[in-house]
Design a protein around this ligand. Structure first.
Ligand code: GH3
Ligand code: MG
Ligand code: MG
Length: 348
């Protein structure tokens, strides 16, 4: 029974291969038609061909290379998975067979889509090239995550057109992701200084407060504001003021620990989150930062004096929520301003 079945499969494969051979050989020998020469690729694309038959891979390779595409061959599903997970090169399209030993094409497509959804792989278009013509096989292929399904023998113009369509979708997707990343950066970070914006730092603070509640740990925050900043703008111009804001933020980022977070609340006012930090320790860290800001040397064309800032520091208490914690830090900053500026006032 088993033998008979494998014999039948083998026979179908031989017929399929012969069909592909005849078809491809015919097309390789003929010159490019006008349609073929119109379908072009801006740059060479990398196509991964997964097929256990060396003959079919070779034929497909010849067909694709004729159109300037670069072909990487995988002799089975495991080789394809290993390649996709280790390569530094980007793959633009995957062409795969269905009937393969160990892991078949359906399983391979499913595994590739799982790796992509777990962010271990970038999304790639998948086209099945199969000798199985049954509508159920096509439906199954698409269900497993493939984007198209061509039946053997493969017509080279159809394949070329499908490759073109798929790579166009992949390119659109890449552009969409880039736009999303830009929008996300703009939504979370301050354009001038590159640090978290008000919304983002408050969201990080909310998370940090929840983390402290869950794990019964502590944290401190600091609010700070640059002293007499309006004078800098008035005397040296708004551009100089912008440079001062950038320089202060660069020093803050350099001075703080990796786990600490800083955000711009507005104008020249900032918030620092110090996870796992009790008040005494926070005050020491922030006082060091205060000294570093006061020590910034500016280009005399930007500013011919030093810049100082005032700080309010406080530690999270049992009954605190974001509003009460931030309110206390802001009140302490106000005290620091009225206590002569360029100082740190810390209390719980
Ligand atoms: P204090 O010591 O009491 O904090 O005085 P100050 O002059 O720093 O405070 P004030 O609030 O009077 O002035 C802040 C100024 O910051 C006014 C505003 O125009 C300026 N400012 C706000 N955002 C920016 C910015 O992005 N760039 C520049 N250059 N200036 C800004
Ligand atoms: Mg100020
Ligand atoms: Mg201010």
């Amino acid at each position: 029974m088993l033998l008979a079945e494998s014999g039948e499969i083998l026979a179908k494969r031989v017929v399929g291969i012969l069909g592909v051979c005849v078809n491809i050989t015919k097309q390789i020998e003929t010159p490019l038609t006008s349609i073929q020469s119109k379908i072009s690729f801006a740059e060479p694309l990398n196509v991964l061909v997964v097929d256990d038959s060396a003959t079919e891979r070779a034929l497909l390779k010849a067909m694709l290379e004729r159109f300037g595409l670069l072909v990487i061959e995988a002799c089975d599903a495991q080789a394809a998975l290993d390649y996709l997970q280790t390569t530094q090169d980007s793959i633009d399209l995957i062409l795969m067979d269905i009937q393969m030993p160990d892991i078949n094409g359906y399983q391979l497509a499913t595994q590739i889509r799982e790796l992509e959804s777990d962010s271990f792989l970038e999304w790639q278009p998948i086209i099945f090239l199969s000798g199985q013509h049954a509508p159920e096989s096509i439906a199954m292929g698409i269900e497993c995550g493939a984007d198209d399904y061509l039946t053997k023998p493969i017509d080279s113009i159809t394949l070329l057109a499908k490759v073109r369509a798929m790579t166009r979708i992949a390119e659109m997707r890449r552009r969409l992701i880039k736009t999303q990343e830009t929008l996300s950066r703009q939504a979370h970070f301050d354009e001038l200084t590159g640090i978290a914006n008000r919304r983002h730092i408050f969201s990080l603070l909310e998370n940090e407060i929840s983390r402290c509640r869950r794990y019964n740990c502590t944290m401190s925050i600091a609010y700070f504001d640059i002293d007499f900043f309006k004078r800098i703008n008035d005397s040296f111009g708004h551009q100089a003021g912008d440079k001062v804001l950038q320089a202060v933020c660069a020093v803050v980022e350099l001075e703080l620990r990796k786990v600490d977070m800083v955000g711009r609340i507005g104008g020249e006012e900032f918030c620092i989150i110090l996870p796992e930090c009790k008040l005494q320790n926070a005050k020491a860290i922030i006082d060091r930062l205060r000294k570093s800001i006061a020590a910034i040397k500016f280009d005399s064309k930007v500013l011919n004096s030093n810049v100082t800032a005032s700080f309010g520091v406080t530690e999270l208490q049992k009954n605190d929520d974001l509003t009460s914690l931030v309110g206390r830090a802001d009140g302490l900053l106000y005290e620091a301003k009225h206590g002569g500026r360029n100082c740190v006032i810390g209390r719980v």
